[in-house]
Design a protein around this ligand. Sequence first.
Ligand code: HEM
Length: 211
Amino acid sequence: MSGNDKSIYAEPADVDGDTLANLGPLRALAGVWRGEKGVDVNPKADGPETRSFIDHIDLQPIDPQTNGPQLFYGLRYHQHVVTPDEAGTYHDQTGYWLWEPATETIIQTLSIPRGQIAMAVGRAAKDATHFELVAQRGETTFGICSNPFLEEAFKTLAYRIAVTVHPDGTWSYAEETTLQIKGADKPFAHRDSSTLIQIRPPTPNPLARAK
Ligand code: HEM
């Protein structure tokens, strides 16, 4: 049964079917991108390992999404990372980047095949060229959820990402995943950064294509 508060079912009046025109600071990320200069610092038994990587990131607009009165415009993404010297996947990640114009809030959801998910949040002006998001373990809203082995052996305490859009249309990210590794006396900073160059523009969202 529905509750008494009917306002949670209210629908926003001003939904625009053209997502690319309403992405605020995320507009600069839409498209298909390649990065050849990624750097990863990851945990290994003998200490931190630093590796170069090649990024492929596909970020495509989805139709406007409402939750009752809440309205998001967003990008669905798939990031696939390889190394220059090894066959196969080095890192794989999917999720959404969401922009809520009413509150100037950015959300990133992420899912990685280690059996781990996170949702990070940050605030930015709609024309911002730099923004930062954070997720914290233990939070039920913008948190991190791991499978039991990771929770025991590589407890992920926090995830943060900073994105900078450059004047030439490229953009960079720098992210830090803080891991409490079993037996270690202090947290490990698992770091990843890359600069992305566009190889294809985005495909308009289904509703925009239908018009
Ligand atoms: C470009 C981004 C990333 C790359 C290239 C990357 C790569 C790696 C690599 C190579 C390892 C060591 C794996 C091993 O030795 O088996 C690792 C460990 C780990 N990563 Fe990432 N990672 C990235 C982003 C992330 C993100 C966003 C998260 C979570 C929010 C994450 C969570 C972890 C965890 C929990 C481990 C420890 C598990 C283990 O070492 O077996 N990583 N990562």
